[in-house]
Design a protein around this ligand. Structure first.
Ligand code: NIG
Ligand code: FE
Length: 410
């Protein structure tokens, strides 16, 4: 990525959906043809075509009336894993529940066995391969969690593989340490001891190597209690790392309130979130990340409280949750479509949820997910009559150009 290139590049004759609410129009759309100038990998300026003059030595890319949006941001994935869980899917269809399979040593633990047995190189290669359909639909930033290693060495291996993905394909990756995803077999019946190991060994090592941009937990009866999650959050904050959590996915343990009290970036899933939890998120400015792929694949019936979240002004992001057990769907636009059909988001909310709000959920508000001066020049240009088509018809390709740090990458 030539992000330090001083030469400017402008996209001209584009229709801009800036996703910047200050424009006062749906999708932050700007009236009439516009130009967007990039320099040093950032957006330098946005202007109506009538005000645009080529800067000296500048390259101009003619968008010929196409729509430009921010590049898409997937703010919750478990992209790096070994093995597959197709057999578990069949067992669930035959009547076994996700929690039953987990209790029997399957589920997350099955993927842990397979991931431990796979090399860092192979994990990075398969993760990069899995990203192909997402890149083809305009993705420019992806968050990648660990959580299938659950030993010091294997969690770091997963995070290194996640970091390596960005050198194999043109994407920006952020990494999240999710060592508190499941109790590993070595600590069976000793969850508190495992949490101590996470706090005393895994977290400091990941922080020292600069391998984690954030720290996540799975707060659930089949995983970790709020007290255990609080210990992980406390340690992460001591190490200067932002926190987030898988909260209220299968039951309500008050995880979102806990997350909010630690200033978390996001509470994710939140199907079982109650009114007090909604209030806590709103008060802390913590995002709710909705994961309709997992809701659909687990045949969940409890919907996240979208109306209450909306009323309280909680920022709502949508992500794929791409993982082998509960959401094997590599399409963020499909997730946005599902968020509309299954959860009741408007199409505009859903598109904001995979751009501006997803960036917010990663602590990148204003920096990604919007077309505004100073933001990273991560762009998507589309052959669509309107950006609403991107959510309406998720499987139609429609991508004309993908731009990362001002460079055309597809
Ligand atoms: O987001 N909820 C826990 N973690 C993942 C599932 C991971 C798995 O089943 O492998 C999720 O749904
Ligand atoms: Fe997840």
């Amino acid at each position: 990525m030539g992000t330090t290139e001083a030469r400017a590049r402008s996209w001209i004759n584009a229709r801009l959906a800036t996703m910047d609410p200050s424009s006062g129009h749906p999708y932050g759309a700007l009236e009439g043809p516009h130009a967007l100038r990039t320099r040093h990998g950032r957006i330098e300026a946005v202007m109506p075509m009538r005000d645009w003059r080529p800067a000296s030595g500048e390259e101009a890319v003619d968008a010929a009336g196409r729509w430009m949006t921010p590049g898409l941001v997937d703010c919750h994935t478990h992209l790096v894993w070994g093995g597959d869980r197709a057999g578990e899917f069949e067992r669930r269809l035959a009547g076994a529940s996700y929690a039953e399979i987990a209790a029997g040593g399957g589920g997350i633990r099955a993927t842990v066995r397979a991931t431990r047995a796979t090399s860092e190189e192979e994990l990075a290669r398969t993760a990069a391969e899995r990203l192909a359909p997402l890149l083809a639909e305009g993705l420019t930033t992806v968050e990648i969690k660990s959580g299938y290693g659950l030993t010091l060495a294997d969690e770091l291996k997963q995070l290194r593989a996640a970091r390596r993905v960005a050198s194999l394909v043109t994407v920006r990756a952020t990494t999240t340490l999710l060592a508190a995803h499941a109790v590993p077999p070595e600590f069976e019946g000793r969850a508190d001891d495992y949490v101590s190991h996470v706090c005393d060994a895994i977290l400091p090592a990941a922080a020292a190597e600069g391998l984690a941009d954030a720290v996540d937990v799975f707060c659930e009866r089949i995983a970790f209690s709020p007290e255990q999650c609080a210990r992980v959050f406390g340690r992460a904050r001591e190490l200067g790392l932002p926190v987030k959590g898988h909260m209220e996915q299968l039951s309500n343990l008050g995880g979102s309130r806990l997350a909010a009290s630690h200033g978390a970036l996001s509470a994710d899933h939140v199907e079982y979130l109650d009114e007090a939890g909604v209030e806590a998120l709103a008060h802390a400015g913590t995002c709710a990340v909705l994961l309709p792929g997992a809701f659909y694949f687990l045949r969940e019936t409890q919907r996240p409280p979208v109306e209450a979240l909306r009323r309280a002004g909680v920022p709502m992001a949508v992500a794929t949750d791409l993982n082998p057990g509960t959401s094997p769907f590599a399409s963020l636009r499909l997730a946005a479509n599902m968020a509309c059909v299954l959860f009741g988001l408007t199409v505009e909310e859903a598109f904001a949820a995979i751009t501006r709000e997803a960036a917010r959920a990663l602590g990148l508000a204003g920096r990604r997910g919007v077309l505004a001066g100073g933001a990273d020049a991560d762009l998507a240009l589309w052959s669509v009559p309107h950006p609403n088509a991107l959510v309406y018809e998720p499987m139609a390709p429609r991508l004309w150009q993908r731009v990362l740090g001002g460079e055309i990458v597809a």
